[in-house]
Structures are given as C-alpha cells and as structure tokens.
Design a protein around this ligand. Structure first.
Ligand code: GUN
Length: 300
C-alpha cells in the first residue's frame, strides 16, 4: 500500500481563494478592508522570508498589509508602545509579532500585550485559555491548518486515536486541544515518552511536530493512519553539491508513505497552510470586530 499524498499547496490556495471572496464581499457590502500588521524585530534571515511572504499573500487576497521592521536593538518599551498603537488602530484587525525575538526582549510579555481579539497567532494567554475551555478563541495557524486537512480527509474525527509528537506552545499543545475538541482520544508524546514508537503505532492520526529531522519512521505508523508532518528541517545534501541543503520533515517520508493511508509531504504539506490560516484568522478577527457572521469552514 502507498499513502495518498495530501496536497497542502492546493489546499492553501483554496483557502486563500475563499478568503479573497469574503474580502471582496466585505468591501462591497460593508466598506471594510481587513488589515494585518506584522512586526519583525532584527534581521533573522528565515524570519525575513516569512514576513515577506506574509505581506505578499495578505495583499494578494485584498487585505491591507502593515509591515513594521524594527532594528535588532529596539527596546522592549518601544516595541510595547508600537503594540499599543496597533491595538488602538481601527484599520488593523490582526497583529503578528514574528518570533523569535532578540534575547533582551521578554517574548511572553510582548505577546500578552497584543489585544487578544487581534491576536491572529492565537498565542496570547487569553486565547490559550479560551481554546482549552472550548470557548471562541483565535487559534494558532499551523494547528488550525492541520485540523482543516484532517477534517477534509475524515469528516468527523470523533473517537479517533490521535498522537501528537511534540509539546510546543506554537503547535503541539494547541494541536492536542483542537483534536480533543473534535472528540479524538489524544496523547501528547515527547522526548521523554517511553516506548514512543509503540505509542505512535496506536494512532489513527499521527501529528509530528518535534523539529527533529526524519525522527518518525514507517515502523511507528499504524497501517492506514493519517500522518501530518509539521517539521521543516534543513539537512545537508552533499549529493546535490557542496554546501547544498534539502528540506525534510519530522517524518521519514519514504518509509512512512508505505504504511500510512494519507500523509503530508515536506515541502508542500503543512507549510503553505500556515499563512493561509493566518489570512483566515485575520478575516475572522475582522468579522468579530464588526459584528459580522464568521466565515464558514475557515475557523476551528
Ligand atoms: N515563528 C515561527 N513560527 C511562527 C508563527 O507561527 N508565528 C510567529 N509569530 N512567529 C513564528
């Protein structure tokens, strides 16, 4: 058996199309343009690429993009003051502070300064608490994208065994909360989990979000399971030439694809879904701020 490959690139394009349709109608019917502010502090090359892509896709779906690029030595006080201005700005419905922040800045303090209703990353403690208690929250983009792909494949997830490998605040923990909300039986596995291969082999849904290249191998995968690979790892690829790299996930694709029923590739799986869900969250935030009905199929 070889697994179906879940095409995240096509799925993300579909989401962006839906978002763009809503944005067009919002402007026509309500004279409203959703606005997303992205704040980048410092020169981290990977972060610069992400921020550029976010800005480009925001404009492509018809939203307003506000980019704030601050120098590496920006003070915490100045960053907090900027967030206060963005919080108060009625043209801005979503705010994202790109992580990681320089070490002299307290990331938790910064994230918790964002107005929770504009927190399109879903990292504010209010949103974490709302999600955990089953209330209306802003949901972190990567887990939201994974949930959309799982619902698309399975319809109802009720009663399925889900194992999330990884316990980060950005992916592992919110992913587990979302799966629990969809009535899965959820296990969070991590670096200290005993017999982790055995734990994973019980999963109907296996989500790998540990940041360790190709850690999850085919013998960890229950035959027919759906495998969602959140990892994006750059590893040396000497076969492509000196100093060349290639991208791999947290799942060893060649062995897992032989066991799974469906699997997301890297690249082209979960990755493109993250920005698409950021745009969906910005639209949702704009609807909520203006008392409009929320877009169907674009929220958790
Ligand atoms: N850095 C890496 N992933 C993310 C993310 O999802 N949101 C933010 N704000 N920064 C990140």
């Amino acid at each position: 058996m070889t697994a179906d490959i879940i095409d995240g690139k096509a799925f993300a394009a579909e989401i962006r199309n839906k978002v763009a349709g809503h944005v067009t109608r919002m402007q026509a019917d309500h004279d409203l343009v959703p606005g997303l502010a992205v704040v980048l502090v410092g020169e981290d090359p990977a972060s610069q690429v992400y921020v550029r892509n976010k800005g480009k896709q925001t404009v492509e779906v018809g939203m307003a993009s506000f980019e704030h690029r601050l120098s590496e030595d920006t003070s915490q006080a100045d960053l907090l003051a900027l967030l206060d201005r963005l919080n108060a700005d009625p043209e801005i419905h979503g705010i994202l502070v790109q992580l990681p922040l320089p070490s002299h800045i307290d990331s938790d303090l910064v994230i918790n300064r964002i107005d929770p209703s504009k927190d399109v990353d879903g990292f504010h403690i209010s949103n974490v608490g709302l999600l955990a208690t089953g209330q209306k929250a802003m949901v972190p983009c990567t887990p939201l994208g994974c949930l959309m792909m799982l619902r698309d494949r399975h319809g109802s997830l009720s009663g399925m065994n889900a194992v999330v490998v990884g316990r980060s605040n950005i992916v592992g923990k919110p992913m587990a909360q979302l799966l629990l909300r969809d009535s899965c039986t959820v296990t969070i596995a991590h670096s200290r989990t005993r017999d982790i291969a055995e734990v994973c082999r019980r999963a109907d849904i296996l989500v790998a979000a540990v940041g360790r290249p190709e850690m999850v191998t085919g013998d960890w995968v229950k035959p027919g399971a759906t495998v969602i690979d959140v990892g994006i790892n750059r590893i040396p690829a000497p076969e492509r030439g000196a100093d060349k790299y290639r991208l791999v996930g947290d799942v060893h694709f060649e062995s897992a694809v032989a066991a799974a029923g469906a699997i997301t590739p890297v690249p082209g799986g979960v990755g493109p879904m993250t920005i698409a869900c950021l745009l969906a969250n910005t639209l949702t935030a704009c609807c909520r701020a203006n008392g409009l009905p929320e877009p169907e199929g674009l929220t958790a």
